[in-house]
Design a protein around this ligand. Structure first.
Ligand SMILES: Nc1nc2c(ncn2[C@@H]2O[C@H](COP(=O)(O)OP(=O)(O)OP(=O)(O)O)[C@@H](O)[C@H]2O)c(=O)[nH]1
Length: 273
């Protein structure tokens, strides 16, 4: 973990802020949603703040932190399949806290908040699916809209996910702060899909990603991997086609797209040396 922090710091020192400054992406629906969230939060018994497990600090909306901290809050780290496994121990704790909170309440209004595209609607649909398999829920066909680009949810929508205890969940549009003060946070949010690529610039995102991969020695990792696979390739691809294990071995042969990836990264590595 310390290694990753050091790598991120070094990438930050590579002048990604140059010519960038603050990142401003605050469309009208986000401003309206920020006001509505503050308003409805007063009624919520519990708030689930969804963050991206890959960037748990950068995916916090700093403007909302004071009001969120005043509520009973669960921090859910989503997209765990894409994250560093060290962070995932925290998720188990969040699940436990949610079970504790639900078991004590006759009626519960839960509000789900987070930056765009972090997976709020997908999370609500999963909770809904589990709930409808256990209790008959009147609007069981109602589903939150999920999409690959940020800004799919534009209005607050409510879902009843259980009876006895009655549990209602409010899905909210993803909201950012009006101005993200540093470019690096903007780049992390763009790489993980919370900010549109065009807002920070596709070329800048590509350079940032390549530098991160380079600093983390990803090219070396791939080189070793490809070298190992190369041995498997030579050893297996010369075998008789009729060998019963041949199809399995063929799948382990080096694939051209991997080789291309290593070449590109090696070039970048030389460029940065
Ligand atoms: N790999 C992965 N993808 C996920 C996960 N959860 C959600 N997604 C994907 O992330 C994208 C965004 O999910 P949504 O649920 O629409 O996100 P949202 O936070 O409601 O987005 P906004 O409407 O912009 O606020 C979709 O393409 C989902 O399929 C997850 O745990 N892992």
């Amino acid at each position: 973990m310390r290694g990753l922090t050091r790598a991120a710091k070094r990438a930050g020192e590579m002048a990604f802020n140059a010519g960038g400054g603050a990142v401003n992406w605050f469309p009208g629906h986000m401003a309206a949603a920020s006001r509505a969230i503050r308003d409805r939060l007063k009624l919520a018994d519990l708030v689930i703040e969804v963050r991206d497990a890959r960037i748990p600090l950068s995916s916090a909306n700093e403007d909302l932190q004071p009001v969120l901290a005043a509520k009973r809050r669960i921090l859910a780290l989503n997209k765990k399949d894409l994250a560093n496994p060290n962070i995932m121990n925290l998720l188990g704790l969040a699940e436990l806290k949610l079970k504790e909170a639900i078991s004590k309440e006759p009626t519960l209004l839960i509000m789900v908040v987070g930056v765009p595209n972090v997976g709020k609607s997908a999370l609500i649909n999963s909770i809904h699916r589990i709930a409808t398999s256990r209790f008959p829920v009147p609007d069981k066909n109602k589903r939150a809209m999920v999409g690959p680009l940020p800004g799919v949810t534009q209005d607050i929508a409510g879902y009843k996910i259980a009876s006895q205890p009655s549990i209602y969940v409010l899905d909210t549009p993803g909201v950012l702060v009006p101005s993200i003060p540093d470019m690096e946070t903007g780049l992390k949010l763009a790489l993980t899909g919370a900010v549109k690529d065009s807002v920070v610039g596709e070329e800048r995102i590509a350079k940032y990603l390549l530098s991160l991969l380079n600093i983390r020695k990803t090219p070396l990792h791939w080189e070793r991997l490809v070298h190992r696979r190369g041995e498997v390739h030579e050893e297996t691809c010369s075998h008789n086609e009729n060998d019963s294990r041949d199809s399995l071995r063929r799948r382990r042969c080096l694939n051209n797209s991997d080789a291309l990836y290593v070449q590109v990264l090696n070039l970048v590595s030389k460029y940065n040396a």
